[in-house]
Design a protein. Structure first.
Length: 361
């Protein structure tokens, strides 16, 4: 489990730290306080093994695909898209040494003189970098290399070329599996296949059905059905009728995706941006009780962003009912003396804040 993080010159964070993260952590704060960027900081170190992370972040931000240069792809990762040459993300875990990830700009126009490499400065080379150098160090060994892009791009991870600096083959990833989600994507094949596998596990299947019953009590079953060779999720009503889940509304689709991700992320991390979107406020507590209980059972750390007071209070009540208040924390992002800062609340202190009617969004 990740317990703390230090970020320098990444996205909107010039020099930022967050501590005392718990198995269930809610990130709050006003618009543009850095909630989404903080979730992305967990994901970027995975680029050492999965170059697709760079494209995934573009999709996550709903940015178009007209990316044609390294500067367009990677410069937004640097603090305020400025002239900073390097950013770093340091991740602290319980019982493990911290992991430090760094990324720096690498320029073309290099020449060798008297055995030393020097950069040739020009109007163009001073504005644009040609590649991204990354390094990850887990305190025992490190791995590093440089990412470059071809002249013509079609936005696929396979086109990102990685040249390692050494023969180290085992990459020291900072943690286990990680999933970052924002929108409803239950139509993706992996979710349907997971539902199919869970059909063989009575407990997991009952969890899925019970979760969906929050939206429609007439649902009696869920299965994966092949349609023209492609897998789709279908729900079964008490009448015996089968309906594609994609026709059941965003809320039920999102709840299934979240639960499937939790069950697939044993000892991993699930990151959800604006988690309450798509859910009616009356369902917050019942859904979060299922999500949190399942996550605690399979040791999946869930980190959520929200500025919805009803959702935060409902999650607090759900964790109290589970008797796991010590596993909940609320981190409100804000500003102190002109710098971004995280203001921390434990489960108990969050109760006190709500009782005193403190602004908690």
């Amino acid at each position: 489990m990740v317990t703390a993080m230090e970020i320098k010159n990444f996205r909107c964070f010039e020099d930022f730290s967050i501590e005392n993260l718990t198995p269930v952590t809610i990130i709050g704060g006003k618009n543009n306080s850095g909630k989404t960027a903080l979730l992305e900081a967990w994901v970027v170190p995975l680029s050492v093994t999965f170059p697709s992370v760079f494209w995934d972040l573009l999709n996550f931000r709903n940015i178009g695909v007209n990316i044609s240069t390294p500067t367009q792809l990677w410069n937004p990762l640097f603090y305020n898209m400025s002239d900073n040459e390097k950013f770093s993300i340091q991740i602290f875990q319980d019982k493990n040494k911290p992991v430090k990830f760094t990324a720096s700009k690498s320029y073309g126009g290099m020449v060798e003189r008297n055995g030393a490499k020097k950069r040739l400065f020009s109007q163009e080379s001073s504005k644009f970098f040609t590649s991204l150098k990354v390094e990850i160090d887990n305190g025992i060994y490190k791995s590093s290399g440089t990412y470059t892009l071809p002249n013509q791009l079609s936005n696929t991870a396979n086109e990102i070329e990685f040249k390692p600096d050494s023969s180290v083959s085992k990459v020291p990833l900072p943690y286990g599996a990680v999933t970052l989600c924002r929108s409803v994507t239950t139509t993706r094949t992996s979710v349907a296949e997971s539902v199919s596998q869970m059909s063989l596990d009575k407990h997991k299947k009952n969890l899925l059905v019970d979760t969906m019953k929050n939206f429609d009590s007439d649902i009696s079953d869920v299965n994966m059905i092949l349609d023209n060779g492609s897998p789709y999720i279908y729900v079964t009503l008490n009448s015996g009728k089968h309906i594609p889940i994609s026709y059941m509304g965003d809320g039920i689709n999102k709840s299934v995706e979240i639960l499937v991700d939790i069950l697939n992320l044993s000892n991993g991390i699930l990151l959800i941006d604006e988690v309450e979107n798509g859910f009616h406020y009356s369902l917050y507590q019942s859904l979060m009780k299922i999500f949190c209980q399942t996550a605690l059972d399979v040791h999946c750390q869930i980190i959520l962003t929200s500025h919805n007071r009803d959702f935060i209070e409902a999650t607090l009540s759900a964790m109290e009912q589970l008797g796991r208040l010590e596993d909940l924390s609320y981190q409100r992002l804000g500003f102190y003396k002109g710098k971004r800062k995280s203001f921390q609340f434990s489960g108990d202190s969050l109760f006190s804040a709500f009782e005193s009617n403190m602004e908690m969004r």
